[in-house]
Design a protein around this ligand. Structure first.
Ligand SMILES: CC(C)(COP(=O)(O)OP(=O)(O)OC[C@H]1O[C@@H](n2cnc3c(N)ncnc32)[C@H](O)[C@@H]1OP(=O)(O)O)[C@@H](O)C(=O)NCCC(=O)NCCS
Length: 159
């Protein structure tokens, strides 16, 4: 009861577990989220495996249910210390704070790797992703289409 006599209900907060992709299950879970959210650029398991060797790929589970994944492309000496951070949350698990947690974690990982500039990439069919990026201070600096796809991709940089 609150001091005013109202009954206070406590909403259970799901236990979010975030893991580095390691082994077949992680690779497949990361691939599932990626390909569902970006059907225009699906990746084979071998392609995901190859990316896991050069990027930080994490997967997220809420109460052991797969909810999302991240990509952090580390900065390199020839790209002006620029890292790319991308958070992805399955549509049915959005607006519960998971994306924010994954994004903040990816940002921290990028900074730890020495990134001075942070970029992200959005396939514009992902309206939620574009709104999230703009709300978090990213500004568009490039727009293009990939062969065989008539939907724009946008590169954005953290202002
Ligand atoms: C971007 C994405 C990861 C956000 O995931 P999410 O779990 O829904 O985000 P959160 O619940 O943590 O949202 C945190 C805050 O971001 C903002 N936000 C998130 N989605 C938004 C939307 N569609 N429109 C406007 N603001 C939004 C809000 O401020 C929100 O807080 P609120 O819910 O209290 O208003 C998800 O929409 C997604 O996977 N999109 C497709 C992938 C993509 O394009 N990623 C690139 C962005 S890095």
């Amino acid at each position: 009861m609150t001091p005013h006599g109202a009954v206070r209900f406590s909403v259970p907060v799901p236990n979010l577990r975030i893991e580095r992709v390691d082994g077949e299950t992680g690779l497949k879970d990361w691939q599932y989220v990626h390909n569902l959210i970006i059907p225009a650029a699906t990746l084979s398991l071998d392609e995901v495996r190859e990316r896991s060797g050069r990027n930080l790929l994490d997967v997220a589970y809420a109460d052991n249910v797969l909810v999302g994944c991240t990509t952090v492309r580390p900065p390199t000496s020839d790209n002006g210390s620029t890292a790319t951070v991308i958070a992805r949350i399955l549509p049915e698990h959005r607006r519960q704070g998971f994306g924010e947690t994954l994004y903040e974690r990816g940002l921290a990982q990028a900074r730890e790797l020495g990134a001075e500039v942070i970029e992200t990439v959005v396939w514009t069919a992902n309206v939620d992703g574009l709104r999230f990026a703009e709300k978090h201070g990213f500004v568009e600096f490039d727009r293009y289409q990939l062969p065989g796809d008539d939907v724009d991709w946008i590169d954005l940089r953290l202002a």
